[in-house]
Design a protein around this ligand. Structure first.
Ligand code: GUN
Length: 285
């Protein structure tokens, strides 16, 4: 039986519609939610992501500003730019596009962003809040992936979830979110032995590896929800981590690439930005 497709285009449109309404409500009070994206260097993939973030803001009626810094920017220059945006009342959300050039200290830069403007949810305060089940900003990609999982209508409590990848951006926060849903969560990574042993037990399988065709049909439990976070380029074509054509015949639900999680990441960034604007306006920290 062919899996049902989790349509990122339709689901992200749903999220952005709601965000747009909240933006309109803020505008009636004279506030235009604003997102600033800092891009250091000329990584072509980052260029595309940043452009899509700008487009997302436009669609939702938000203000967006892209700050382009040259490849050889110093740590001090980057942190001064972040400080300026922290103090700028027109900016409610700040995002530093990753990866940064190798000479820059990513963790130190992220720490400079005011936690309430940290729309990526990468500041230690927000990461800690997610870990503790406290209020905070949830990273966009796992938040979008969870939205897609919820859209299946399936019960999550007590289900086996397997996350492949343990990055701070996707794997770790994804695992936290699934734990919060009362799933039994296994995090697999490059040193995991017998990966298939784990993945074949997964009712929910999330792959964030960055290797085209990494998840094959024999690794998937029949009927599973398969969420493909990978964005890979093969012969100029974008594809995910999941061998879509074969896995779709085994899974119950599957996300395509393109048109899957990537769209949700942008929608959740818009959502986190309007959240930040509402919080700042209401004087919450
Ligand atoms: N690079 C790849 N994914 C992301 C993301 O979600 N946020 C930022 N800031 N950089 C990224």
């Amino acid at each position: 039986m062919a899996a049902k497709i989790l349509d990122g285009k339709a689901l992200s449109a749903e999220v952005k519609r709601t965000v747009g309404l909240r933006v309109d409500a803020l505008k009636e009070r004279g506030i235009v939610p604003g997102l600033a994206v800092i891009l250091v260097g000329n990584d072509p993939a980052s260029e595309i992501y940043v452009r899509n973030k700008g487009k997302g803001c436009e669609e939702c009626g938000m203000y967006s500003r892209t700050i382009r810094l040259e490849e050889m920017t110093t740590q001090l220059q980057l942190e001064e730019e972040i400080e300026r945006l922290n103090a700028d009342p027109a900016i409610h959300g700040i995002l530093v596009q990753l990866p940064l050039p190798r000479h820059l200290d990513e963790a130190a830069a992220l720490k400079k962003i005011l936690p309430q403007k940290d729309v990526d949810g990468f500041h230690l305060m927000n990461a800690g809040a997610l870990m503790n089940g406290a209020e905070g900003v949830v990273p966009c990609t796992p938040k979008g992936a969870l939205y897609m999982i919820h859209s299946t209508g399936e019960t999550l409590s007590g289900r086996e979830a397997v996350v492949i990848g343990r990055s701070n951006i996707v794997g770790k926060p994804m695992a936290m979110l699934l734990m919060r849903e009362d799933c039994t969560v296994t995090v697999c990574h490059s040193k995991t032995k017998d990966l298939s042993e784990h993945t074949r037990k997964a009712d929910i399988l999330v792959s964030a590896v960055g290797k085209a065709g990494f998840v094959t049909a024999d690794m998937v439990k029949p009927g599973a929800i398969v969420i493909d976070v990978g964005i890979n380029r093969v012969d100029g074509k974008v594809c995910g981590d999941v061998a879509f054509n074969e896995v779709k015949d085994v899974a119950g639900w599957i996300t395509p690439v393109p048109g899957g999680v990537g769209r949700m990441t942008i929608a959740m960034l818009m959502s986190n930005t309007v959240d930040a604007a509402e919080r700042i306006v209401s004087g919450e920290r």
